[in-house]
Write a protein that binds this ligand. Sequence first.
Ligand SMILES: [Zn+2]
Length: 462
Amino acid sequence: MSNILIKDGLLVESSRSWHADLLIEGESISRIDSIIPDSELPADTEVINAEHLCVLPGLIDAHTHYHLVSRGTVTADSFVQGSKAAAFGGVTTVIDFADHDKNRPLAESARERIGAMQNQMAIDFSLHQGVYGVPATLEKELASVKALGISAIKIFTTYKNVGYLIESEKLERLFKACKALNLLVTAHCEDDEYLESVAHSRSWTYSAVDHADLRPAEAEYRAIRKLGSLALKVGIPLYIVHISSALGMQAVRQLRAEGATIIAETTPHYLLLDRRRLEGDSGALYVMTPPLRTRKDSIALQDALVAREIQVVATDHCSFTAEQKLSSQDCRTIYPGIPGTEEMLPLIFTFAVASGRMSLSQMVRLLSTGPARAFGLYPRKGSLQVGTDADIVLFDPEVVWTIDSHTIHSASGYSPYEGSRVMGKAEMTFLRGRLVMGDGVYLGRPGDGRFVTMNSSNAYGV
Ligand SMILES: [Zn+2]
């Protein structure tokens, strides 16, 4: 491993930014000082001039589905391809998901997913463990998952039809088990019963636009209220994934006022895209769950983000090719999900920082430090501190460019943000001291990505 001096960049952490030199030795940050003279550098140190560049801790996309086998197909981005898209977007760690196969213990699914990712990922990763039911051996199984280094589970309040929904009466046992083991519960919130009543309320044509009306924001509101109240009763924090609506945020505010600890995540697509995208022939390209909402909802989420009511921005990257997406015009069978890991940084920088609405530090908190803290990866990830992993992004805030599906790297072959003029681009991405992307060239190596264990003792302090 070589030594690298990043000279005279603007270092940005979640609470401050300052000009300094940063020295990497091997896989870690070894020194940060206003000036590190040449005479004090170890032999063979490569010097990178970072004047005019921002030096950010590597981003953490806390919600990805790479190589997701679902509905008889597999998503476009494999672990190999997903890693590449991530590196171009300044993302050095993703938190993906292990499914719950009800025919075997939870830890077996987790172990299998870790093994597959270790062989193919070129950036670091952690996992959330999906829990889609409450087996008799629940407590023991969760303890085994935790022993692997996974301290977050993912539950659904919908998708009863595919066996993901946990019956309400079993949730309390699950929440109590998570409390005992200090596991963070993360939840996809749409109230299934309410969705059923909407589905039966009238006849539908099941177009892409209908998808949005079939899954209204009210369902999100109800599910967040219900789960949040139970979390408050049991005395655990609750992490809500991909909040999509003003009503969803309202539920979060109400629960916080009642004393609940709610960690809120949203995505670039709910912040920046709205349901008008679902109209027309290409509407299927924009189908995901929960669906895109109104422009008003996007603005409400933007305001909540700026007001620090949201702690994490992640992408829910779940990519299908345009061909896969457009193979159906029926929203019941259109593959749900869109790509987004690579676009996250320039999109958030452009709408939030370049516009003057938030500081670089606040952006780093949302894209790196917030998820690191929520999932017990901090300070190893999500910080620029001596002794931590040298996951670093050199970010040029002044480049203006246009998102073009031909030049970004998701295997989906399209970008939901096609044609967007954005500011700012990751120029170099380092994973534990090794350059994985520089000046548009990908240098990641499948198998270099490591599984990062979550330390639940420092979790939740977002
Ligand atoms: Zn997801």
